[in-house]
Design a protein around this ligand. Sequence first.
Ligand SMILES: C[S@@+](CC[C@H](N)C(=O)[O-])C[C@H]1O[C@@H](n2cnc3c(N)ncnc32)[C@H](O)[C@@H]1O
Length: 219
Amino acid sequence: MTFQEIFPGMFFRIVAGQQRLATRSRDLVPVYGERIMDGYRIWDPFRSKLAALLLKDKCMDPGLFRNAKVLYLGAATGTTVSHISDIVEDGLVYAVEFSPRAMRDLLRLAERRENIIPILADAAQPQEYSSIVEPVDLVYQDVAQRNQAEISARNCERYLKACGKLLLMLKSRSIDVTATPDAVYSSEIKNLSGLMVSGVMDLQPFHQDHWAVQARRPL
Ligand SMILES: C[S@@+](CC[C@H](N)C(=O)[O-])C[C@H]1O[C@@H](n2cnc3c(N)ncnc32)[C@H](O)[C@@H]1O
């Protein structure tokens, strides 16, 4: 059995009875120790919340395509960024990260991939990268900060195209350790001003206390 394309650039296959997601890459050097099979990079849902979301909701359209432009907030060392870079082969990933240590690894990845633009900046200050980032089709946010939703809304207001998509990976324990996760995400999504929320998914069993929120910017 071979990999089956479920969305542009995203592939699915059962391997030894297990559901596996993968992306196809020109660069087959493992980024985070992932397995390479027949020219595909296996996408680990325990390491990437986007892979977890896609495995939990296989009909959900992540809003990624071959020439899409993506603003990725909280890029870390590039685990998920690398798979998005595979998918948006002729597009761009603006990868914002504020930790210089993580940025060192991200820079090494960007040296091998022309479509990753690493940006050392604070995602809470979107004006800091206005001279670099163009309007984007997708904003992906995984910064695990108390005001995650507000940071997303500010970036979407400045950079997301009309009808573009936001994927926000909310970490309820970063926002309020005393409240239940349900209460946290219900109150946080009210801070997504200017956006229309279309879905919320709990990322268990892959990631505890994490919710993936999908929203769109209306015309
Ligand atoms: C959970 S990790 C991201 C993992 C990554 N998204 C992945 O799937 O490969 C969160 C990252 O966000 C970064 N971060 C947190 N607050 C930030 C901010 N305000 N601006 C930019 N990066 C931030 C942290 O340094 C950390 O690397």
